[in-house]
Design a protein around this ligand. Structure first.
Ligand SMILES: [Zn+2]
Ligand SMILES: [Zn+2]
Length: 123
């Protein structure tokens, strides 16, 4: 237990993995790839999500229900057709975290690269 490689950086690590369940609503197929991550990679992704996506708590009062942050986290544009991004994260031994955001279609692949595995386009 705990010596499997991280699915993002490929390094082996000691201890429990944290899990991430991203879904990027690309067309025609949504991109989904759950991953078991080392603490470093998990932290990097959560920090990115906190900066660029809205932290959603589905169990709480929906006081911030209208999250109108419709700007691409990559280029800052809000003019284009947007691709929804959902990230559910389970820190090892911690509470579930949910994030939601949108990016323009052109930058969905950049978001996948931030997450760090299997870029949509290998250009
Ligand atoms: Zn890693
Ligand atoms: Zn963009």
């Amino acid at each position: 237990m705990g010596m499997r490689p991280c699915m993002r950086c490929r390094r082996r690590f000691v201890g429990k993995a944290s899990h991430i369940y991203p879904a990027i609503m690309t067309q025609p197929e949504p991109w989904r790839q759950k991953a078991a991550l080392c603490p470093t990679c998990f932290y990097e992704i959560i920090e990115w999500a906190k900066c660029h996506l809205a932290n959603v708590n589905y169990d709480a009062e929906p006081e911030n229900a209208d999250v109108e942050d419709e700007f691409c986290p990559v280029c800052g544009s809000g003019q284009q057709k947007m691709t929804a991004i959902f990230i559910t994260a389970y820190p090892a031994g911690g509470e579930r975290l949910d994030f939601f955001g949108e990016c323009c279609d052109d930058h969905a692949s950049d978001v996948v690269e931030v997450l760090g595995y299997h870029p949509l386009h290998s250009t």
